[in-house]
Design a protein around this ligand. Structure first.
Ligand code: PLP
Length: 403
């Protein structure tokens, strides 16, 4: 009941939202925090000296500190506001391209990356004549760790890896991956887009060098995200964008940049997004991450058990540790057809390649259906989904639906 959108109907049917890996919905407190900002104290943060500006600036810097504590970083200046995971990764990729990557160097990613954590590194390798090394996964969706260990060498300049796969749901052994890289002094970037909401990210414990995530996958507005980076790395890499707010001094022909974090925050902030992110973290903390985890994990078990009973359904991956996501295909029914028929019944899931085409190719697939529940979903909704999937199979068989 905290989420206004979940009370709506779709095509006259109760709305069942099971597409939380794509984006999560916003509780009223977050919507209210954003609307209050624009109603009461909107200003261009860090620019003017008037009352509204001082208020928004304090709120923004307060959010930075909240995020610092949330992920257990040592310093607020290691928290950089971005547009989202994609921009955060591109910032690091650009910086490494400019400063560290030489022909013959190697960058390590996995076969299960979202395009956001594959294409930036792939394109750097192409333009710098570096080598992209890919950690494979087995058919269950678990990374082949022996191959990873053998891959790390003096040539490896960075390991960039997803914490949780957005298609398989695999929870990767990220601590082990980081520890192995650090033995050889190799920095590690963690794509936490799918894990951040589950509060399993503690950068002090993980000791990762970079962490990237998006607000919209943790009940905050879209267009806001975070790059966490260790000071020693952030100080060495140049920013992706230049402009207002990040300049210490300038002439027509040269400029000095501000210290961290501002060096990476050119242009006007997405203040609404930032205030919304703060409210979202507060909302999640108030429910309690342990409560959320316990509820969601039981719901996932129930979902997988019920899906297993559907004739012709094949899971895409059965990883040993899974969080938040399950994907599947049903024999002889195109995945888009399943999603479209479910939509007509008021149920939102995602079909397609999920921005991970190489991952799907591992299973010889172009498309699959993904169901990703959150703590606001219920067992009754899962039951409705299962009934709808059975109906979909029947419609498809009766009508010979093929495209
Ligand atoms: N990485 C993973 C694992 C994702 O699931 C996503 C989004 O689905 C992204 C990166 C990109 O996130 P954004 O589009 O918010 O930048």
């Amino acid at each position: 009941s905290d989420f206004p959108i979940l009370k709506r109907t779709v095509y006259g049917k109760p709305f069942i939202y099971l597409d939380n890996a794509a984006t999560t919905q916003l509780p009223f407190t977050v919507i209210q925090a954003v609307s209050e900002l624009y109603k009461d104290y909107n200003a261009n943060v860090h620019r003017s000296l008037h009352y509204l500006n001082r208020k928004t600036t304090a709120l923004l810097e307060g959010t930075r500190e909240k995020i610092q504590k949330f992920i257990n970083a040592s310093n607020p200046y290691e928290i950089i506001f971005t547009r989202g995971t994609t921009e955060s990764i591109n910032m690091v990729a650009h910086g490494f391209k400019e400063v560290f990557i030489e022909p013959g160097d190697e960058i390590v990613v996995t076969e299960m990356e979202h395009h956001s954590n594959l294409i930036p590194w792939q394109q750097i390798c192409k333009s710098k004549k570096a080598l992209l090394k890919i950690i494979p996964f087995d058919d269950n969706g678990n990374l082949v760790m022996d191959v990873y260990e053998g891959m790390l060498s003096k040539k490896t300049k960075i390991v960039a890896i997803t914490h949780v796969s957005n298609v398989l749901g695999t929870l990767n052994p990220i601590k082990k991956i980081i520890d192995l890289a650090h033995i050889k002094d190799i920095p590690v970037l963690v794509d936490a887009a799918q894990s951040i909401r589950h509060k399993i990210v503690d950068v002090a414990h993980l000791d990762c060098d970079f962490l990237c995530f998006s607000g919209h996958k943790m009940m905050a507005p879209s267009g806001i995200g975070v790059l966490y980076g260790k000071k020693r790395w952030l100080e060495k890499i140049p920013p992706l964008s230049y402009g207002g707010g990040m300049i210490e001094s300038s002439t027509l022909y040269d400029a000095q940049f501000k210290a961290l974090p501002y060096k990476f925050e050119a242009g006007t902030y997405n203040t609404g997004g930032i205030i919304g992110l703060k409210a979202a973290i507060t909302y999640l903390e108030d429910i309690g991450f342990e409560n959320i985890q316990a509820y969601e994990s039981a719901l996932m078990d129930y979902l997988i058990e019920r899906l297993s009973s559907i004739k012709g359904l094949k899971f895409v991956g059965t990883p040993s540790q899974r969080i938040g996501v399950v994907s599947f295909v049903i024999e002889d029914i195109p995945s888009d057809d399943i999603a479209i028929i479910l939509d007509q019944m008021g149920i939102a899931v995602r079909s397609g390649h999920h921005c991970a085409i190489p991952l799907l190719k591992h299973y010889n697939l172009d498309s699959c259906v993904r169901v990703s529940p959150a703590f606001y979903n219920t067992k009754e909704e899962i039951d409705t989904l299962i009934e709808a999937l059975i109906k979909t199979s029947n419609i498809s068989k009766n009508k010979g639906l093929k495209s």
